[in-house]
Design a protein around this ligand. Structure first.
Ligand code: ZN
Length: 445
């Protein structure tokens, strides 16, 4: 039994002062509010629930910051990034993946994420042949989750085509490709691969409308049952144009017209949507997975978040390419994108909640839905807790505002009751970083 006392904590019914959490076997046994600190209590400042990171490709952490030169034709801003990504895709072994993912997962915990939705498509051997165990690469990710303590929602990706209309995949994509039959084996193997993690979830991820045919998408939805369904959609203008050329409709419009999209679904990016698509998406309750840092880095565009939220839309955030892993910065950039577009301040703030609070509540609730698992500071719930630095004035929502817009700094993080981050540093950071550096030197040279 461990007892943590906080000056303030964000409980499901709002901010409370002088809060004492009793934690046993990874869960909150009791939560008292308005109580004085007692002998033996650990004293802390501001507690908030851990936030889900709803979209990550952990292996891409390896190339973070190394695709900032212009090597392709003018105007093709995606080119240098994709070229490096495909080169690395051919070189990463299962052991390499564990090392790279452990680095990414440790940094996620350090920034206040306590669960990751890993959109996992690196399934096959470098020559495209399956591993003896189709869950080999999934097991590599599970090992990284176990080493770092992060919660894992694994999203095995179905990827079969290079473009709309069932185009055959190209050589750079051979590690991703399966058919429906081999994917069902891979999915079962993925479930086995994460079975040693106590609270892992396995969903399903049709990569995008480019990479699956309508028949394949129908088969995947049937396979998903009640599990989360994630897909990339409408990230770049070219994808919208290609979809229009193929079907006469825009990607989101096409999807909503044909499939039972609801709160089980997470539509990642959805950057390029019309007002009608935005409204229809909000109505269905699907989570929009926003990845502001990656979307900025790749020059994707700005999602109309203000309109979407005004329609009651549900969103969460993800670190996607992991070019930089920083929860506060994802939320800050989400708001700043709106400010720069609309030329207004405090765009997403509500009459009764500050900007930081709206961003944080959104990411927590949308992320929890999308990953079928999230943190709740409630009795009986798993103790996934993040401590923010104290601020000079009385806290409440201002602690979130100050964290998101000013410091970005997380103090301590507990995952399933275990303290995994102390003073902003993951307990295994040094060892993980040393292994990561060795892999990076070998693969990037
Ligand atoms: Zn992605």
């Amino acid at each position: 039994m461990r007892t943590l006392w906080f000056e303030q904590a964000l409980l499901p019914d709002g901010w409370r002062s002088s809060v004492r959490f009793h934690i046993d076997a990874g869960r909150f046994v009791t939560i008292e509010t308005g109580v004085a600190m007692a002998a033996g209590d650990e004293r802390h400042h501001v507690a908030v629930p851990g936030t889900p990171n709803l979209h990550s490709h952990a292996f891409q952490r390896l190339m973070a910051g190394f695709a900032e030169v212009r090597s392709g034709p003018a105007g093709d801003d995606f080119w240098s990034w994709r070229e490096l990504m495909y080169r690395l895709v051919g070189a990463i072994s299962p052991d390499d993946l564990t090392v790279i993912a452990a680095m990414a997962f440790a940094e996620m915990l350090e920034s206040g994420f306590t669960r990751v939705g890993e959109f996992h498509y690196l399934h096959q051997q470098p020559d495209g042949q399956p591993y003896d165990d189709p869950g080999e690469m999934a097991a590599a990710l599970a090992a990284a989750a176990e080493q770092t303590g992060i919660g894992l929602t694994l999203l095995p990706v179905f990827y079969a085509h290079a473009g709309f209309g069932g185009l055959p995949p190209n050589a750079g994509q051979r590690r991703f490709v399966t058919d429906i039959d081999s994917f069902s084996h891979l999915h079962a193997a993925s479930v086995r691969a994460v079975s040693s993690l106590p609270d892992a979830v396995v969903g399903i991820a049709p990569h995008s409308l480019r990479a699956v045919t309508p028949d394949e998408l129908a088969a995947l939805i049937a396979m998903a049952g009640d599990r989360p369904i994630h897909l990339h959609i409408a990230e770049q203008i070219k994808e919208v144009d290609d979809c229009l050329a193929w079907s006469g409709q825009r990607p989101v419009e096409w999807l909503l017209d044909r499939f039972p999209v609801d709160q089980r679904w997470c539509l990642v990016h959805a950057t390029h949507v019309t007002q009608a698509e935005c409204r229809a998406l909000a109505k269905r309750g699907a989570v929009v997975g926003l990845c502001p840092i990656t979307e900025a880095n790749l020059g994707d565009g700005v999602f109309p978040a203000a309109d979407f939220i005004a329609e009651g839309g549900v969103f969460g955030v993800g670190s996607d390419s992991n070019v930089r892993i920083d929860l506060a910065e994802e939320l800050r950039l989400l708001e700043y994108g709106q400010r720069l577009t609309l030329r207004q301040r405090t765009v997403l703030a509500a009459p009764d909640r500050s900007n930081g609070r709206v961003l944080f509540d959104g990411a927590l609730s949308g992320g929890s839905t999308a990953l079928a698992g999230g943190a709740v500071l409630g009795t009986g719930q798993q103790a996934d807790l993040v401590e923010l630095a104290p601020i000079a004035i009385d806290a409440g929502d201002r602690a979130l505002d100050h964290w998101i817009f000013a410091t970005g700094r997380v103090e301590n993080v507990w995952r399933a009751g275990a303290k995994v981050v102390t003073g902003g540093r993951h307990y295994a950071h040094a060892a993980i970083a040393a292994r990561f550096e060795a892999v990076a030197r070998r693969l990037l040279s």
